[in-house]
Design a binder for this molecule. Structure first.
Ligand code: ADP
Ligand code: MG
Length: 773
């Protein structure tokens, strides 16, 4: 009822694309004209259509361009874009987010839109969720771009740094969103403008838009560099926390996001440490280590959050259920996990800067997006990106049957029912895709199925290309595939195998059956998994097996509904239980939305200051402020150095010193803010608004930031000799990080001990709450 009403009057953030229909219709009539164009005439015709509209032909604006795009696609890729794809392309060109079901051909839609923007002289990034998809799409669509006279390229994890600058000059660049983010971050730390790789942030076309722009929006891309070794006894903290008991010595919050020591826990630890006061300044380091160890043991789960491979901790991205390469947890936590697993501790680092995906995307002049599930997040896309969303209809009706969810009292009865269902469907040869919540769960399910002699393929956190080849075979007769939420996303599951040779037999067997184990944290993610079945009018079936033991239900189900549902002699009322699960999912979704807003709000405050710092940094790099700032602080020293060397030598060295001081100060400032943010929830206890308080402290800490930087730079230069000056930075005791890497940080504004690394949480607590510095 609500769905119909919302659609009729337009839900917040949504638009109708009906108005593009005329252009699509006219494009059809112009097709003979476009087809008559020679290869060489395609680009000029497309350019003319972009520059002059279609006044000459008397057609609807855009129709001529659409006709040329369609012809170019047909000629180069052998696929004639359907009307629905043309409509979707129109919507992207007009700056919208589009919802178009899985398998309807969004890759081609995005490429046509990219071409259209590029024809208008814009620089385009087509952003995907992983390397594999970026490369696949770039190669697949290159002939189309080339036919329209456009250069294109792909930047991935393996692209050498030295090639990136050149690649970013292309009209159209395909890349995973994180790779662009890291290049933007690294570019902030160059010391000469020429060292930048400079990705142009003009037009971004985001594939799997809901995953990137909403689910991953607040995951910060963090750039870190080598730092002096951290002190502190990681092993001792690890041993200590293993003596603590849940509930008594520490508590975990409802969201499973933070764990805190209780007074009894503090007492027990203090006693074990021989009667120290853990809140004593001298113990701050120990307390931090203990908190980190506790976090590592209680909240971070092996095979769910990370894998151990070749003696290393390899992270699994929570939102995607796949490995996150070149990523670590912030140092203290990473070391705590290594200790927990009895691995050698890797060398520590310091955070140089960070950037959320949302901030990155907002840096583009134009952002548009596409996905099979966009409308459920239309309101957020509008709020955070000023983007309005609409749905493009499917070409063929959906023939997938979605069965009512099945609810079980516990995990074991659910698994038995699931196994029985797999067995029964498998007997007929129907291909089956089992969607699970985590890597660990997919392995458990796989073990049960192989235990009864079935052959299964497990998709989890391996490399993207291997996943793609497995998932593309998931529609073969008799195949059973087990996946996590994002694994294999973006790859087509065709009935009868990748070449569809066996399509009709599989269709007769009922098409792909999607069996979902437990509900995801939002209806949208459930829909995304179901959407793997029933592509392009194929038959299919989807059913969810939920258990009251599921994490989602345990964490979010309202207790009063739970008791109501299980009232009669412990027997379950399936309908009522279903309502409990639905409610738990709605609550989880609401919690995620609130967290997104909170985190965004915190990151805004920091972003404004970063903006100021980067602007100043740019000016320093161009040589401004150097003489002026230092001249007023150390005039005689500057004159002496210049006389002994040259103006150029002194200017270069001074610039380097200032940049080094600036970067170091910013890194330090970020660490302090992280610490404050971690502790800020305590303000709520004192009746203050955490947000207002955070903004207030952030501002105060930033006062005099630049003066401190220039004072420090002057201090370094004041004491050096002409010989040291010519010897360069290392002689001045400034070491730039020799290597950088990136961190995985969970969005967690009020959360525990994540960002502070070797710095102390106690420091904030002491200075703000106890009033001692
Ligand atoms: P989506 O991203 O929407 O899930 P893809 O872009 O992966 O879909 O395309 C799904 C499949 O449809 C691909 O195999 C592609 O080759 C095919 N396809 C897309 N557009 C057309 C078309 N116009 N004609 C024929 N096949 C198409
Ligand atoms: Mg796709």
């Amino acid at each position: 009822m609500k769905g119909w009403f919302d659609r009729a009057i337009g839900a917040p953030g949504t638009v109708s694309f009906d108005r593009f229909q005329a252009a699509v219709d006219d494009a059809r009539t112009l097709e003979p004209w476009a087809r008559a164009l020679s290869d060489a005439e395609l680009r000029p015709a497309a350019r003319a259509a972009v520059l002059h509209g279609d006044q000459a032909s008397g057609r609807t604006a855009g129709a001529g361009l659409l006709a040329v795009l369609r012809t170019a696609a047909e000629r180069t890729l052998g696929q004639r874009p359907f009307d629905q794809q043309m409509l979707a392309c129109c919507a992207l060109i007009s700056g919208h987010a589009i919802e178009l079901d899985t398998g309807e051909g969004k890759t081609l839609v995005g490429a046509m839109a990219a071409a259209a923007y590029a024809l208008a002289g814009r620089r385009v990034h087509v952003l995907t969720v992983n390397d594999y998809l970026a490369r696949r799409d770039a190669e697949w669509m290159r002939p189309l771009y080339a036919a329209l006279g456009m250069s294109s390229g792909c930047v991935g994890q393996d692209t050498p740094h030295g090639e990136r600058r050149q690649l970013y000059r292309a009209d159209i660049v395909h890349a995973p969103v994180s790779e662009i983010g890291y290049d933007v971050l690294r570019d902030r730390f160059v010391t000469t403008a020429g060292a930048r790789v400079a990705p142009a942030q003009d037009v971004a076309i985001v594939d799997e838009a809901d995953a990137v722009m909403i689910d991953e929006a607040m995951s910060p891309l963090v750039l870190a560099g080598t730092a002096p070794a951290a002190t502190g006894n990681v092993a001792l903290a690890d041993q200590l926390v293993q003596t603590l008991r849940a509930g008594e010595h520490y508590t975990v919050d409802d969201d499973h996001a933070t764990v805190s020591l209780t007074d009894a826990g503090i007492d027990a630890l203090e006693w074990r440490l021989g009667g120290v006061n853990l809140y004593d300044a001298a113990q701050a380091e120990t307390l931090t280590r203990i908190n980190l160890a506790l976090h590592a043991h209680v909240l971070i789960v092996r095979d769910v959050d990370y894998l151990v491979q070749d003696g290393e901790v390899i992270l699994i991205s929570a939102a995607r259920g796949r490995v996150a390469e070149h990523q670590r947890w912030p140092d203290g936590l990473h070391a705590a996990i290594e200790q927990k697993e009895h691995l050698a501790l890797s060398s520590p680092g310091m955070v140089l800067d960070n950037l959320t995906v949302q901030d990155l995307l907002r840096g583009y002049a134009t952002v548009v997006g596409m996905s099979g599930t966009v409308l459920p997040v239309a309101e957020e896309l509008s709020e955070f990106y000023g983007l309005s969303s609409g749905r493009v209809p499917r070409r063929l009706p959906n023939r997938r049957v979605d069965l009512p969810q099945r609810v079980f009292l516990d995990d074991e009865s659910r698994t038995q029912a699931l196994v029985a269902e797999v067995q029964e469907r498998h007997r007929t040869g129907q291909p089956i895709l089992v969607g699970t919540q985590s890597v660990a769960e997919s392995e458990r399910v796989a073990a049960r199925l192989t235990g009864i002699g079935l052959e299964v393929d497990v998709l989890n956190a391996r490399n993207d290309a291997a996943e793609a080849s497995v998932i593309s075979a998931a529609g073969e007769f008799g195949s059973i595939t087990i996946s996590t939420q994002m694994s294999g996303r973006g790859t087509d599951i065709r009935l009868g195998g990748a070449d569809e040779r066996d399509h009709d037999r599989v269709a007769r067997a009922g098409g792909l059956a999607v069996l979902q184990v437990g509900r995801y944290p939002s209806q949208r993610l459930d829909a995304q998994l179901r959407g793997r079945s029933g592509r392009q009018g194929d038959p299919g079936v989807a059913v969810t097996f939920t258990s009251l033991d599921d994490e989602l239900v345990l964490t979010h189900a309202p207790a009063y509904l739970m008791t109501k549902a299980t009232r009669q002699d412990g027997a379950a009322d399936t309908h009522a239980l279903g309502a409990v699960v639905d409610a738990a999912q709605r609550i989880a979704e609401g919690a995620r939305r609130d967290r997104h807003r909170d985190t965004w709000d915190f990151s805004r405050a920091i972003a404004r200051q970063r903006h100021t710092v980067l602007a100043e940094r740019d000016e320093v790099m161009r040589g401004e402020h150097v003489r002026e700032q230092l001249g007023s602080r150390i005039p005689t020293q500057l004159k002496a150095l210049t006389a002994a060397t040259s103006v150029q030598t002194v200017d270069d060295a001074a610039r380097e010193v200032i940049l080094w001081c600036l970067d170091d100060a910013w890194s330090d400032h970020l660490a302090q803010l992280g610490e404050i943010r971690d502790g800020i929830h305590l303000q709520a206890l004192a009746g203050l608004s955490p947000r207002d308080e955070f903004h207030r402290i952030t501002l105060r800490r930033f006062e005099g930031f630049f003066d401190t930087v220039y004072d420090r730079a002057a201090g370094i230069l004041r004491t050096i000799t002409a010989a040291q000056l010519t010897a360069g930075g290392a002689a001045l005791g400034m070491r730039r990080p020799s290597a950088t890497w990136t961190y995985m940080v969970r969005e967690n504004p009020f959360g525990g001990s994540l960002e502070r690394g070797a710095r102390t949480a106690g420091r904030w607590f002491r200075s703000r709450v106890l009033g001692i510095e």
